[in-house]
Each structure stands twice: as structure tokens, then as C-alpha cells.
Design a protein around this ligand. Structure first.
Ligand code: ZN
Length: 293
């Protein structure tokens, strides 16, 4: 018996990576009865006499899981956002950050196309780099063929399972192509269909890149806060969490409550008012969500 990680699921087979070798396995019959289905990213116990005929015996508890794409145990998300064409969109970036935080995934922010900016625009991006950096998020300002940025990105990939996120047209393809050509094509194809409500079912595969595993499918097929409860939203803003003990009320939503530490920090300029306004926008969006049955 051995432990490994599922890196691909296809036609009823699971491909388990164990000490650098891949084992083709089937799920045990009773998974179906228990309504448990192994996912790419799962850590599993398996038994295999050779590399073609293995059996998955059990699945370890998951740290997180996605339905679309079907993947489990993601450590981090590389959120790619462009500095220009399309313009840098802080609201969209904050939306991605909330989705990532809600899944307990660590974000890494990559701002692409830095080579296409004038001096003022560069200063603006450096302001964001500082702002998000102070929250605790790694920020990488990048351009295609910028070896320093590529080295930085690759250094983040080691020993972790990573998904890529970001709207289409932000330069994911060319960026990923410079990391590893196996990643580049599929990611943008899928995100193109994002806004059109298509639910593309396709297989997910984890590729070994820079001593880590990277999914070839974007991490978020929907940008709605469908699974997020109102009370969870403040937890998705680390700079709010850092001061929330100072709020008068437990479970403070930092909105209309009096003596709110978050609002005080916003007024004092210690928390970005832009982030706070995005928070209020998301709060309203969740409050106005149609009830689900
Ligand atoms: Zn508060």
C-alpha cells in the first residue's frame, strides 16, 4: 500500500503520482455506493502490483474542493490581472481574492503587461503592489519575457498545487507559455466561455512544473458568490480580520454597526477605502441574492 496524489482522471481511470512515477488506478467498487468520487488533487492510499493495474483504497480528507473544475486540495491560486488592455480592474481583482479566500486558498497576484505602461501608469500599479503587499498578498509585476518575474512565479510553484485564475485577455496564455507550454492553450479557451454561461465539462490535469503541480484549467468557472454566506464575507478580507477584535459587536459586518474597528481604520487611512467600498458592494450583492431552496 502506498500514498499518492491523483493528477488526472479519465475514462474511469485515476492516474496517481507516487515518488515521481504515475500509476493507472481504478476506484474501489464501494466508492460508488458511498457516493464518494475521487477527484484530481486527492491524496489517496492505493495498491498496485504494476504501473497499469492499481486500485485506490481510500481518499484522505480534503482541504477544499471545487465542482467546476472538479479538483481538490488546491493550495494556492495565481490570480492574473492585466495592467492595461483590459485596464487594471481592482473590483474584479478583489472579487477573485474573495473567491480564493472563501476556499481557503492562498492567492498570488500577478499584474501582467507592465511593459505596456507609461510612467504614471507604472506608478499606479506600484501603488497597488504596495497596497496588496501590505495586506499580506504576494504581488508580482510581470511582463512577457521578463525573466525576473518568471523566476518569482516559478519559485512560488514549488511543492504546492496551484490553479490559475483571471479573466480572458489578461495575458494568461503568453504568461503561462513562458512558464510551461503545456499550460497555455486550455486556460484561455475556457475563460473565453466564462461570461456566456457555458459549463464546459472537461478533464482536469495537474502538470509537474517547477517542482509543483499546476492545473491546466482555470480555477473559477463562475465569479458569483453563490456559495458564500453573508457572515463569511468579512473573513475573506485579511486586513479586516486583523482588526475585528476591536469591533464592539461580535460578528460585526462592518457596515451599519456602531464602534466598528474596521470603519475606524478606513477613516484613519490604514485600510484602503477602495477595498472597503468593494466589500460593501459584495455585501449588498450577497444580501440581494435570491433565496435558494
Ligand atoms: Zn466592525
Amino acid at each position: 500500500m502506498a500514498t499518492g496524489k491523483i493528477i488526472k482522471a479519465l475514462s474511469g481511470f485515476y492516474y496517481v503520482l507516487h515518488e515521481g512515477e504515475i500509476y493507472q488506478c481504478r476506484g474501489r467498487g464501494n466508492f460508488r455506493k458511498k457516493k464518494v468520487s475521487p477527484l484530481v488533487g486527492d491524496m489517496v492510499e492505493f495498491k498496485a502490483d504494476n504501473r497499469e493495474e492499481g486500485y485506490i483504497l481510500s481518499i484522505e480528507e480534503r482541504k477544499n474542493e471545487f465542482v467546476r473544475p472538479p479538483i481538490a486540495n488546491v493550495d494556492q491560486a495565481l490570480i492574473v490581472t492585466s495592467a492595461t488592455r483590459p485596464d487594471f480592474n481592482a473590483l474584479l481583482l478583489d472579487r477573485f481574492l474573495v473567491l480564493v479566500e472563501a476556499k481557503r486558498i492562498e492567492p498570488i497576484i500577478v499584474i501582467s503587461k507592465m511593459d505596456r505602461l507609461d510612467e504614471d501608469q507604472v506608478k499606479e500599479m506600484q501603488h497597488y503592489e504596495t497596497m496588496y503587499g501590505e495586506i499580506g498578498y504576494p504581488v508580482i509585476l510581470s511582463a512577457v519575457n521578463d525573466p525576473e518575474a518568471m523566476d518569482l512565479i516559478q519559485s512560488h510553484l514549488a511543492d504546492r498545487t496551484t490553479v490559475i485564475a483571471g479573466q480572458s485577455g489578461v495575458g494568461k496564455s503568453s504568461l503561462l507559455n513562458s512558464i510551461d507550454s503545456r499550460l497555455s492553450i486550455d486556460t484561455d479557451e475556457i475563460s473565453e466561455s466564462l461570461g456566456r454561461g457555458k459549463h464546459t465539462t472537461r478533464h482536469v490535469e495537474l502538470y509537474e512544473i517547477s517542482n509543483g503541480l499546476v492545473a491546466d484549467t482555470p480555477g473559477f468557472s463562475s465569479l458569483e458568490f453563490a456559495d458564500l454566506e453573508l457572515e463569511q464575507l468579512p473573513e475573506c478580507f485579511p486586513e479586516f480580520v486583523a482588526v475585528q477584535d476591536g469591533c464592539k459587536f461580535r460578528g460585526c459586518l462592518h457596515h451599519k454597526e456602531p464602534k466598528c474597528a474596521v470603519k475606524m481604520e478606513v477613516e484613519a487611512g490604514n485600510i484602503s477605502s477602495q477595498r472597503y467600498h468593494h466589500y460593501l458592494q459584495f455585501l449588498e450583492e450577497i444580501q440581494n441574492r435570491k433565496p435558494r431552496y
